[in-house]
Design a protein around this ligand. Structure first.
Ligand code: ADP
Ligand code: GLC
Length: 485
């Protein structure tokens, strides 16, 4: 089976969050399946993999219509294991400091940038002679591809047997643009109806995918239900999703168990595994306290956070509760995003330098040391399609404290009984609930046997891609078979 993965980011080439982790991991796992041939299409941003890769020109260039102009696309290629990665180049669109935004906000031509990328992906596959059975698209940036296949490319024989699968990673970001984007995308005005492309007078890239994709997936079973039945989760697309109910599947993400393995993690002082976690974690915690200038005290509970600083993640409630726990809990936060949260976290750390450390920025290696060195990992998200840090922290023996939503609810179990629990959970991102569970954590931490039982439960969970990858491949087969009919 020929699979084309089209995405706006994929680790280790370009990543702003979990989307990149997941598209990169999926391309790899698909490529290891029997009879699978996988190509991954990405935009050629300014900074690809921190310079660790040297893409080679993939011969010539081709033209891509954008509105009433023709833009030039060139491609370059690297072989990444069994995956052929193609970067679609156009300096005007992608040679910029950020992937989606500048410090002052989203790029104003994001519609055009991803219209270009989506059409260039379809033209590019032809250019390299790769006729996909499946095009797997991710989030709004590639949402127009399923729509193109059923509109402008409907009578294109190259794509006669191609099915599209669209994965929703976060429906809070939909790629909603004005009606002017219709012309830039080249769609017919006949398709500008509420049943098809129109959404409140504009063009919504994610809706386009939900209407036209052969199969829709999202990244956890709970989120699949939340976005259909609860407007605060579906953000206006609940109706479209319900109308596609029989084609919509919630498939839990996994984590890359080679990148995230405390036994072989070279970012840590010393590796550790389930059998030896006590010594390994103690060493990692001490080293982290030292690195960040915190009090080196093994009896304090070290709470870690590695996150985008965004309203979604609920860290504002942690900020409110934290000051009252500083005699027992140290907080270490690594994150970038919201300026208000950044300032508040900075101020809390400045006022309590031995108890709170805040690092603003994206730092892969510090992230590893936080997962390894923390006792608990805080993630009080208001919504969370899947969430990867709670799984990473469990693998590293740091107990996650989460809200019961989306993928957090599907992976973290807490019923007050240590033997049945692998973390802690509250129902909502609510300050009172957070305070009460933090209080419980402080008292439980003294009960070493119970605590360690929970750590063992967390570390022995299966967070690998195995099962989920099989489900994707089954769905790909179903989608491809439907196109044969
Ligand atoms: P998101 O909603 O941000 O995509 P996920 O939970 O799916 O959230 O995944 C976030 C991923 O990004 C995890 O791999 C996490 O470790 C990583 N991450 C988030 N912020 C940072 C940061 N500041 N530095 C390093 N890694 C980060
Ligand atoms: C999104 C979601 C996150 C999910 C990730 C990967 O960024 O916010 O919950 O884990 O996509 O699917």
């Amino acid at each position: 089976m020929k699979i084309l993965v089209a995405a706006s980011e994929a680790f280790p080439f370009c990543k702003t969050g979990g989307l990149g982790d997941v598209t990169g991991a999926l391309a790899q796992v698909f490529s290891r399946a029997e009879n699978a041939e996988v190509v991954l299409f990405l935009p050629r941003y300014r900074n690809i993999g921190g310079g660790a890769f040297s893409p080679k020109a993939a011969g010539g260039s081709f033209l891509v219509p954008v509105g009433n102009r023709l833009e030039t696309a060139t491609m370059s290629r690297v072989q990444w294991g069994k995956v052929a990665v193609y970067f679609i180049e156009n300096p005007k669109y992608f040679d910029r400091p950020g992937m989606y935004r500048s410090p002052s906000g989203d790029y104003e031509d994001n519609d055009e940038r991803f219209i270009f990328f989506s059409r260039a992906a379809l033209e590019g596959a032809k250019f390299i002679g790769f006729k996909p059975d499946i095009i797997h698209c991710h989030d709004w940036q590639t949402g127009l591809i399923p729509a193109y296949l059923r509109t402008l490319y409907r009578i294109d024989s190259f794509y006669a047997k191609t099915a599209s699968v669209f994965t929703i990673h976060n429906i809070a970001y939909q790629g909603m643009f004005s009606r002017d984007s219709m012309a830039k995308a080249g769609f017919s005005w006949l398709d500008f109806t509420p049943e098809k492309l129109e959404f409140y007078g504009g063009l919504n890239f994610m809706k386009a995918a939900l209407v036209y994709a052969d199969i829709i997936t999202t990244v956890s079973p709970t989120y699949a239900s939340e976005i259909q039945y609860r407007p605060e989760f579906g953000h206006g697309l609940e109706g479209v999703l319900r109308s596609r109910n029989t084609d919509l599947f919630g498939i839990l993400n996994g984590i890359d168990d080679e990148i995230w393995d405390p036994a072989t993690d070279t970012f840590l002082e010393r590796g550790y595994e389930l059998k030896s976690f006590q010594r390994g974690k103690a060493a990692a915690k001490k080293a982290l306290q030292k690195e960040l200038g915190l009090e080196e005290n093994k009896d304090l509970i070290l709470a870690g956070v590695v996150s985008r600083l965004d309203h979604q993640k609920g860290l504002d409630i942690m900020l409110k509760a934290a000051p009252d726990f500083l005699d027992k809990i140290q907080f270490v936060v690594l994150g970038v995003g919201d300026p208000g949260l950044t300032d508040a976290l900075g101020a809390l750390a400045a006022a309590n330098p031995r108890r709170v450390a805040f690092r603003s920025g994206f730092d892969e290696s510090l992230a590893h040391r936080i997962y390894g060195g923390s006792d608990i990992f805080i993630m009080p998200s208001r919504f969370e399609p899947c969430g990867l840090p709670q799984m990473i922290s469990m693998r590293y023996g740091s107990l996650p404290l989460v809200t019961r939503t989306g993928g957090l609810k599907d992976t973290v179990f807490y019923n007050g009984e240590p033997k049945d629990s692998n973390g802690f959970a509250i129902d909502h991102a609510d300050e009172g609930q957070l305070r009460s569970v933090l209080g419980h954590i402080v008292s439980l931490h003294g009960w070493v046997e119970n605590w360690n039982m929970m750590v063992r439960n967390a570390m022995s969970g299966d967070y690998s891609w195995g099962r989920s990858a099989e489900v994707y491949l089954k769905l790909f087969n179903i989608a491809a078979q439907r196109r044969q009919l």
